[in-house]
Design a protein around this ligand. Sequence first.
Ligand code: ADP
Ligand code: ADP
Length: 233
Amino acid sequence: MIEFDQVQKSYQVGGRAIPALHATSMTIQAGEVFGIVGHSGAGKSTLVRLINLLERPTDGRILIDGENITDYSAEQLRALRRKVGMIFQHFNLLSSKTVADNIAFPMKLAGNYSSKEISVRVAELLARVGLSDHASKYPSQLSGGQKQRVGIARALACRPAILLCDEATSALDPQTTQSVLQLLADINRELGLTIVLITHEMDVVRRVCDRVAVMDAGRVVEMGAVSDVFLHP
Ligand code: ADP
Ligand code: ADP
């Protein structure tokens, strides 16, 4: 469970504090697929990046499974990043590393996995995302959908409980979007991960999300079951 307790975030721009997220309280339940929609600049990315402390809140508390993460030490932060995986619109793969090495990278960073454990886990993840035949390729040799599958496998490497998706399908064509969404839905169902997903595509929300928050100008202006929030188009 992810709880926001009066969380506020401002960015310093030219010596001034510009609010990107006004005081927000909300709860994302364990195991749900939670969508975040809203115009560009609404604060979606800020809200999501607070969950793994890629951004630090200016005020308020964020709790994961009841634990306040907001004043985590550097060491606790490393553990948090293993617990909270993230995938990105532009995949953020390392171009000089193979598919297998991209997926292995967070496990190597974590430092507590043997090379045997890493190779077994990488093979398992390659199979899960349907890329077993592509382990030795480089990202430049893959399609967009394949690159995002590598991103998903990398995000799952350290067995996170939460997966954050920042416009993860926005760079993909409709058919590839469908197959990546299906993969995310399978991961949610089979592995029980909580998924927090930013999107501007209503179709994505209808297909995979249990609940949705609508953001506008740094505020959550509506939140609820997808069918309730979008009952009246
Ligand atoms: P969204 O994801 O909905 O497009 P963001 O969370 O990226 O919204 O941005 C919310 C607001 O915060 C915007 O006005 C944006 O310009 C501003 N912002 C985002 N990141 C930064 C940053 N690193 N520095 C300064 N302003 C930022
Ligand atoms: P950047 O400035 O590129 O965001 P980071 O230090 O945040 O650099 O991330 C380094 C690499 O790890 C990037 O390729 C990024 O995609 C990936 N990464 C960052 N945060 C996470 C996360 N929570 N889960 C999985 N991968 C992550």
